[in-house]
Design a protein around this ligand. Structure first.
Ligand code: URA
Length: 434
């Protein structure tokens, strides 16, 4: 078999067999197929697409390109959650302690920020001393002992995806349905959970901009998950504006903690309750999502979800006092309001631009090697549908460099469009695929 022939076959719009896909994935993982041939292949896939069988074969081949984690020595039904990535998406920070407080074992692998989207691991590092670089043994012990552990994706877990993702990120081939579905599901299958709840984002801040594409992606992933024997469901949620108000690592941690104290933004709370209730049902801790929702509201009210977060932070070397004393979290040196240049109802927020503003401030990585500034970012004061007067604040910007602040502010103001007539608020949950 020759990679050249496979590239040509896909370029001409033909279907690759399971064997051909496996040859390509294993060859690329071992370094036998060079980046330039794989780049040509991903671009051919981008234009010609892959059918369901090809997507499944790609997923299974990537999942088996490294270790398949065995979580059988963790008691209970392990439920994983994964988001396709968004701006201000701090869901895992609040949601995982919420479900763990209800006895759902959380054994989760998380990633770092990518492009304009943030990553859970970076956010968690706002807690001094916290580490996700823990051994598999400690990971499993922590789940059995306190019900929750989060680990960084190890080099041995779906290494084909790790390599391919880095390549797609620099060759403009991220936003293809089959490539996203196989990337996410290969990691989820290798990470060993019994059930998976997916949060598929749609809108200007998501990889899937169009709602019908997000539904297509959700259906594809749910089919792959269920086909592999993992109970899988997906929530399709809005990412046409940032989730909640905070964008930036420590600022999002603060908002997640506020949420666990019962003071969360409406859209963010809704998303946590929706995803959480599906996780609780999948773990068989509630009969139905209505019952699960009430249970989740209760762990916020009685403070047990907040205490679970503190326990989790401490178990992975972090300073749990930060959970109770938010003023100890990393804080930027310059904090300024951004006054609106216009008056009217906010019609649209170019959501990925807000993510890029946080990146400009230093809150994300420009290259894989970049260090990030945990303290910077933005806290929105207004969202779609809100009325704003000229000069009224649209957001608070947190920066450590006045040049970066100026650039981010300029870009931020261009991300908003206004209407003279009232604009409807955004609906957060677009649908559920089971
Ligand atoms: N998240 C992933 O893990 N992979 C993708 O391809 C897109 C989002």
């Amino acid at each position: 078999m020759r990679m050249y022939d496979l590239i040509m076959k896909k370029r001409n719009g033909n279907v690759l067999s399971d064997e051909e896909i496996d040859f390509m994935v294993q060859g690329y993982t071992k370094g036998e197929i060079p980046d330039y041939q794989m780049s040509a292949m991903t671009m051919a896939i981008f234009f010609q697409g892959m059918n369901e069988q090809e997507t499944l074969a790609l997923t299974m081949s990537m999942a088996h390109s490294g270790d398949m984690l065995d979580l059988s020595d963790i008691n209970g039904i392990k439920v994983d959650k994964h988001s396709t990535g968004g701006v201000g998406d701090k869901t895992s920070l609040a949601l995982t302690p919420m479900v763990a407080a209800l006895g759902v074992p959380v054994a989760k692998m998380s990633g770092r920020g990518l492009g304009h989207t943030g990553g859970t691991i970076d956010k968690l590092e706002s807690f001094t001393g916290f580490s996700t670089a823990i051994s598999e043994e400690r990971f499993k012990n922590n789940v059995n002992r306190i019900g929750i552990a989060i680990m960084g994706q190890t080099a041995d877990l779906a290494p084909a995806d790790k390599k391919l993702y880095a390549l797609r990120d620099v060759t403009a081939t991220v936003d293809n349905m089959s490539l996203i579905a196989s990337s996410i599901m290969s990691k989820k299958l290798a990470a060993g959970a019994d059930a998976i709840v997916l949060d598929v984002k749609t809108g200007s801040g998501a990889f899937m901009k169009a709602e019908e594409d997000a539904f297509g992606l959700a259906k594809e992933m749910v089919k792959i998950g269920n086909g592999a024997g993992r109970k899988t469901s997906a929530v399709i949620s809005d990412m046409d504006q940032p989730l909640g108000f905070a964008v930036g690592n420590a600022l999002e941690v603060r908002e997640a903690i506020d949420t666990l104290r019962g003071n969360g933004p409406e859209d963010f709370v809704e998303l946590c309750l929706t995803l959480g209730s599906h996780m609780v049902v999948a773990a068989q801790k509630a009969q139905n999502v209505e019952e699960a929702r009430v249970m989740l509201e209760k762990v916020i009210e009685d403070g047990s979800a907040l205490d679970k977060l503190a326990e989790f932070i401490e178990a992975q070397g972090g300073d749990k006092e930060l959970v109770y004393h938010l003023d100890k979290l990393p804080m930027a040196s310059i904090i300024e309001e951004i006054p609106s240049l216009m008056e009217g109802y906010i019609e649209h927020i170019e959501c990925d631009e807000i993510g890029i503003c946080s990146l400009i401030l230093g809150g994300g990585r420009e290259t894989k090697e970049s260090d990030i500034d945990l303290s910077v970012g933005l806290v929105l004061r207004k969202k779609v549908g809100d009325f704003v007067r000229k000069g009224e604040s649209l957001a608070v910007i947190h920066a450590n460099d006045s040049e970066k602040l100026r650039n981010a502010k300029e870009r931020f103001l261009k991300a908003y469009t206004f209407s003279e007539t009232p604009v409807a608020k955004k609906k957060l949950i677009k649908g559920i695929v089971t």
